[in-house]
Design a protein. Structure first.
Length: 226
């Protein structure tokens, strides 16, 4: 499902369903990160890394550990960029060669109403206004959850390029639906702080896509070199 949102240069691997999200073998360094994790967290952690290793193989890279930096972001092998996500009963990893993309971010969320306490501090007034208009047109779609997921994908694409935190209020995201049998479309993220330098130019806007499939909201953002 997630590969529908990504360019052909990206290899995406996903698992959908609790039976597929079984414990997978971990490298020692990965297992050390899970010594105090509950069973559900360990299962998600191992399953999404199994996806990442399959994606590595498809890109011609030997499977290897996916550890995390101090921020918790995944540390990819040299020459690769990527992103991982997991939600209830779903996980995915997306990888590309660093020569093809500068960065990418993916996120998955359950297609459910976002808790009100989250809405109150995540969305900008302009974003909330646009969501209201979308909800009038398609009340069956949880637009708030789509926007939240988009903000997560924007951050995941931003951090490898900057090494800095990006607050929810520092990107104004417009969700644009497109016609089709399933909800989906494009997303535009205007950075409200100085953007990263990519290929000798300052990037002030990220582009991506979104979709809803089988009860899962998925968003993806890619940052090209030029």
């Amino acid at each position: 499902m997630i590969e529908e949102l990504l360019p052909h240069s990206v290899v995406a691997v996903e698992l959908h369903g609790d039976e597929e999200l079984r414990d997978a073998p971990l490298y020692p360094g990965e297992a050390a990160l899970m010594t105090r994790a509950v069973a559900k967290r360990r299962r998600e952690f191992s399953a999404v890394r199994a996806c990442a290793r399959i994606a590595m193989e498809k890109l011609g890279v030997p499977p290897q550990p996916v550890l995390t930096g101090e921020s918790g972001a995944p540390l990819w092998p040299d020459g690769l960029v990527g992103s991982m996500t997991h939600s209830d009963g779903y996980c995915a990893a997306a990888l590309a060669r660093a020569t093809d993309l500068a960065s990418l971010g993916i996120d998955a969320e359950p297609h459910e109403v976002l808790p009100e306490e989250v809405v109150s501090y995540v969305f900008l007034p302009a974003e909330a206004e646009r969501l209201g208009r979308l909800a009038e047109e398609r009340p069956d779609v949880h637009w708030d959850r789509i926007l939240f997921s988009a903000k997560e994908s924007v951050y995941k694409a931003w951090f490898p390029l900057t090494g800095r935190w990006l607050d929810f209020s520092e990107a104004d995201i417009d969700i644009v639906p497109e016609p089709g049998p399933d909800p989906g479309g494009r997303l535009h993220a205007e950075l409200l702080v100085p953007g990263p330098w990519v290929g000798g130019r300052r990037v002030g806007r990220f582009e991506g896509r979104w979709g809803v499939r089988r009860g899962v909201v998925m968003t993806a953002v890619v940052v090209p070199h030029s």
